[in-house]
Design a protein around this ligand. Structure first.
Ligand SMILES: Nc1ncnc2c1ncn2[C@@H]1O[C@H](COP(=O)(O)OP(=O)(O)OP(=O)(O)O)[C@@H](O)[C@H]1O
Ligand SMILES: [Mg+2]
Length: 506
């Protein structure tokens, strides 16, 4: 018998000419928790899709040995039967179905005679969530009632419901808050104690360092190294990922903000289902020309609601007055907001950012198609040029602008959404969690892009749950807690403690 529960040997996976995986070998011991790290587009998700049967046997080269025997999975069902369960990077829940129905999707409990046993599923769902310490959930409500963090936890609960021997988590924490991440890490520890083998993919390398036994680094579809975590540090993981030392995570801020150009006044958002409840309570703030304002706060504080209302994208009753250059502007819908000079990169790129049926290029020019419209036709040459410029300036990694956007790695989809908004040449750019799922090198590029735009005079509003990022790039930091503005700090030697204290002081 081999020492390993899993061996993947010489895995090669191509997509129309793109060699996403170029002969990868990895091995896992039973009970091991391995961190899988690499830059955006390195091949992490693809490798795990090969392993989990999303890409069936025969559509890749190489060999998978699972529990001593070759694994020839035709579908994801086959691998689930073998005990391999994957939680995908993009959520796979059905928004209209209840939490309980989602947890049992494809494994429904039935009554004799074949009808669904909703009562049993609801009970089991409640028990499962309680066991995972996920509180305040009504399992009969549709999943869409809950925010991204909760949905991610449901996805994890659903996977655990399948009794995995090997659990693969692809970017599970990117939409979680600090307290949700603690729940997740606790779940991981208890899985380890039960002997479940895990593959943990995350760009949050401190999490990898906290829970993984080994670190597997891949780059450009090739295996670089597998090292015991005890011998690694976050800096060394980064160096292996990018192939060089990176000693600066944030570019230097050189720009100086000018006069106030943007103002949001009296923004109040009411809960869509319970209009008595205010999710944002009368917030006003200003932004100067060429200023980067970070909005910090705990998840659920109302930050996304605040910026969505300003951009006309809040899906409930709200009030907001928006001013640009001293004039009140109409931002009642996203289209009006874009015409008035605003742009927003939303938090949830799958739901609000990309159009999955369109190509990379079509997604990028979506908001500015009018610019390429001539009397009777679309000026495709001009359009292609604009697309290529954007791809180059955000260093988006795609084999061609004509590929479907869904073929891009997660981080590169994020860059496409950013490009789409930059093409509208906004005066005010709103970014909601702009570096979610983005690797360290690409994060640096996005920060650099923000600083360049700021030097050109664009006013930037960034919502981020990553405190270090807020402190790393912002000129000023606003703190929101329980729907109210709790702090407005110039970022000059500002510390995490000060920001946290304001966020917690309710
Ligand atoms: N369905 C597909 N069609 C075409 N190309 C694809 C497809 N899926 C992945 N690729 C390409 O394969 C490469 C690896 O992508 P993959 O999604 O595995 O990266 P990743 O390491 O998971 O990145 P990220 O950190 O951004 O999620 C990328 O160049 C990507 O564009
Ligand atoms: Mg991925």
């Amino acid at each position: 018998m081999s020492d390993y529960l899993l061996e993947m040997k010489g895995i090669v996976k191509q997509f129309d000419g793109v060699r996403a995986l170029d002969g990868i070998d990895i091995r896992l011991r039973a009970g091991e928790c391995a961190g899988l790290c690499g830059e955006n587009g390195a091949g992490k998700s693809t490798l795990m899709k090969v392993l989990s049967g999303v890409y069936p046997h025969g559509t890749y080269d190489g060999e998978i040995i699972w529990d001593g025997k070759p694994l020839h999975a035709k579908t994801i069902r086959d691998t689930e039967k073998a005990g391999i369960v994957i939680i995908h990077q993009e959520l796979m829940l059905v928004p209209e179905l209840s939490v309980a129905e989602n947890l049992f999707l494809g494994h429904e409990l039935t009554l004799p005679g074949g009808r669904m046993d909703y009562a049993a599923m609801n009970r089991r769902a409640e028990a499962l969530l309680a066991e995972l310490n996920i509180r305040d959930v009504n399992v009969v409500l549709p999943v869409k009632q809950y925010g991204g963090g909760h949905q991610q936890l449901f996805e994890i609960a659903r996977a655990l419901n399948k009794n995995a021997r090997l659990l693969i988590l692809d970017e599970p924490s990117s939409s979680l808050t600090a307290s949700e991440i603690r729940i997740l890490l606790d779940i991981m520890r208890s899985l380890k104690a039960k002997g479940v083998t895990c593959v943990y993919i995350s760009h949050k390398l401190d999490e990898v360092a906290a829970i993984c036994d080994t670190v597997v680094v891949i780059r450009d579809g090739k295996h670089i190294a597998t090292t015991p975590m005890a011998e690694m540090s976050v800096d060394r993981i980064i160096a292996q990922m990018v192939g060089r030392e990176m000693n600066q995570l944030y570019p230097t801020r050189l720009h100086t903000p000018g006069d106030t150009i943007f103002e949001a006044r009296n923004v109040t958002c009411y809960d869509a289902d319970n209009p008595q409840r205010k999710r944002v309570d009368n917030i006003s703030f200003t932004v100067r020309q060429g200023e980067i304002v970070g909005i910090s706060g705990l998840v659920g504080a109302g930050r996304t609601e605040l910026v969505s209302a300003i951009f006309g994208a809040y899906n409930g009753p709200y009030e907001a007055e928006v001013w640009l250059d001293g004039r009140r502007i109409d931002t009642g819908t996203p289209l009006k907001a874009i015409r008035a000079g605003l742009a927003m990169v939303p938090e949830d790129r799958k739901q609000h950012g990309i159009v999955p049926d369109l190509s990379v290029g079509q997604n990028i020019t979506l908001s500015v198609l009018g610019e390429f419209a001539r009397a009777t036709r679309i000026d495709q040459e001009a359009e292609l040029k604009a697309i290529q410029q954007e791809i180059a300036s955000t260093r988006l990694k795609t084999a061609s602008p004509y590929l479907p956007i869904t073929g891009l790695s997660g981080g590169n989809q994020q860059k496409a959404v950013l490009s789409k908004m930059l093409l509208t040449r906004p005066r005010v750019l709103i970014l909601d969690e702009p570096t979610r799922g983005v690797d360290v090198g690409a994060k640096y590029e996005i920060y650099q892009l923000m600083l360049d735009l700021a030097s050109q005079g664009v006013a930037i509003i960034m919502v981020s749950s990553e405190m270090q990022e807020v402190l790393g790039v912002s000129d000023r930091v606003l703190v929101v807690a329980e729907g109210r503005l709790r702090g407005d700090f110039i970022n000059d030697g500002l510390t995490q403690e000060t920001v946290l204290a304001a966020a917690l002081d309710v």
